[in-house]
Structure formats: structure tokens, C-alpha cells
Ligand binder design. Sequence first.
Ligand SMILES: Nc1ncnc2c1ncn2[C@@H]1O[C@H](COP(=O)(O)OP(=O)(O)OP(=O)(O)O)[C@@H](O)[C@H]1O
Length: 335
Amino acid sequence: MIKPYDTDRQPDAEEALIRGALSPEMNHRVRSARIIARRAVIVAEAGDLSSEGRAGLEADITAALSQLPEVDEVRVALTGERRRRRLIAVGSGKGGVGKSTLTTNLAVALAKLGRRVGVIDGDIYGPSQPKLLKTEGQKPAATPEGDMLVAIDSPYGVKVLSMGHIVAPGKALAWRGPMTGKALSQLIDADWGDTDLLLVDLPPGTGDVQLSMLSAHKPDGAVLVSTPQDLALIDAARAGQLFEQGEVPIIGLVENMAGYACPHCGEVSDPFGTGGVEKFAAALDIPFLGRVPLTLATRMAGDRGEPPAAGDDETAQPFVAIAERLARWLDTGKL
Ligand SMILES: Nc1ncnc2c1ncn2[C@@H]1O[C@H](COP(=O)(O)OP(=O)(O)OP(=O)(O)O)[C@@H](O)[C@H]1O
């Protein structure tokens, strides 16, 4: 996360002139702004942007300041590219809405787009990623120093670590809050090789794992999942508030299990209603990321550990479309 521009500080006249010509998004990144002999010299923070995003920022600042009559020339210096692993949390307020299915398939779709992605199963009490990413029964190795776990390679070009790989099924149920926080840290601080993006499949709700994640490993952004049911929507809003309070940007809301396509007659019915999530997202001013229909194929593929996004048929499409928007957000900060 970049540190926001301190709006309480009084800028001098030159800086105020420059900042007045820039959009809030550009101002947020500008660290110093001066005019020397009719030349505007700007230093902007761009360590989190891709080369495309950096070029765009430089061009936008130059275009905006070239309009000023006080300026003949614009020089923009961008802070260096930081190689940092980015964390995206996938959350929902309510259980069973398809958060784990979405995390797996977004990760697989992002890997197909050329990203180096890992999945962390933050659902300490009910881990499902070992099954979804076909790594059930595998145990992660430790680094030679013995101080870190090594993430497991799934067959789909995505690395994965889950409490389900470490603790016997059912064992973690007796754990208390602080232990779950430590367990999550162990997964996040593991050896992820050259992975530069981690998707964290959070447990439903707003409990200890979410709080420890916000304090110790603040995500770069959060994706919220909901079904069209009213109850799931209300819970999604609650999960959203938690991220907002933790100053984690909400990338958007995904509607899962939207419309059921009958595998026999093809007729689409809407067991949980239609269009509700999109309207709800608009009302809360949260971007709507897309809709994933309820299909028998998605459910069966999940049970087999064969993510639909690994294939090319129509069940892959909604995941690919959302992954493309997520990739754009990661590169440019815009959807
Ligand atoms: N779009 C979909 N179409 C059909 N089945 C789906 C879809 N999304 C999820 N499911 C199925 O719904 C069930 C719950 O999904 P999943 O485990 O991903 O939800 P979750 O929100 O992560 O649940 P939990 O709260 O238990 O972690 C699974 O059996 C999964 O295969």
C-alpha cells in the first residue's frame, strides 16, 4: 500500500499550484512537487505499479501539468520498482457461498494469464484447498534451515498451502484465536519461490483469522463473494466493513451461484433471485466484478479437484473474465 498524501500539511504556493492541476489519484502518489525556472519537477511513488502503470502515471502527470501557463517543461521521477509479493484476500460474510471455489479458479485463471500465483487456505477450521487444487494428502517440506514451510505445487501451475496439509482433519477445531493467527502467519511467511501474488481464501465471517490478517499481513485488496440471497448480501456488507475499517481497498463484489442452467434442457432458473448483488454493490459503491452461474459441472469439478478454470469450456469463462479484471486492477489500480 502506498502512504497517502498528508492532506493536513500546508503546501507552498508552487506545490499547491501543481497539486491543483492533478487528479486525486495522481496527488495520492506525488511525494514532492516543485517548479524551478518554469520546469515542474515531480517525484511520485510508483513502486507498486507495473511498467505499463508507471508509464501511464508519468504520461498522466505530464499531460495535466503541461496545461499550466506557469510551466514550460515537466520532469517526472518515479520511485523504483519494488518486488513485493502482493496479497489479495477473498472473503465472504457467510459460509458456503463459494469463496473457496472462486479463490481456486481465480488463481488458476490468473496463472493461465501468466501470473505467478499461490493460494493460501486461511480457513483453518474447514480447509478445502487441498481437495480443490488436488494436493490432498501431500505434506509441505521445510526449508533446509528448517524455519519455513515450502509451498506445494498443484497440478495447475498454482502453489498452495493449507492447514489441511499440516494438521490432521478435525484437529484444528480445538484451537483458540491466537493459534489460528499464528497458523495463518506460518502459511503466509512460507517459501513461495518466485510467486508474486497470493490469494488468501479467508474463513467466512469476521473472526480471529480476519483480524490477525488485517493487523499482521495487511492485504493489498479484498474480493468479496456473495450469493444473491439477502442474508448472504448483508453478511458480505459486514465483511466489507471489516476491510474498510482496516483500510484494505475492496476490489469488488462477485455474485456466485447466479442462475442455474439445467444440464438437461438448458433452461436457466434463478433459485436465489437475479441481479440483486449488482444492485447491492452499486448501492454500497463497491465495484461489481462479475457473476458466476450455479452449474452442476462446477460443483462436480470441485469435488474431483479439477478447477473449471483449468479448462476452456463455458464453465471457465466467468472465472477468466473476473481474473482479467483482477489482473488489470493489480497492474493499474483500476478495473
Ligand atoms: N458456481 C457454483 N456452481 C455450483 N456449485 C458451486 C458453485 N460455487 C460453489 N459451489 C459448490 O458449493 C459448495 C460450497 O462452495 P465453497 O466450499 O467454495 O464455499 P465457501 O464459501 O468457501 O464455503 P466455506 O464457508 O465452507 O469455506 C461446494 O460444494 C462447491 O463445489
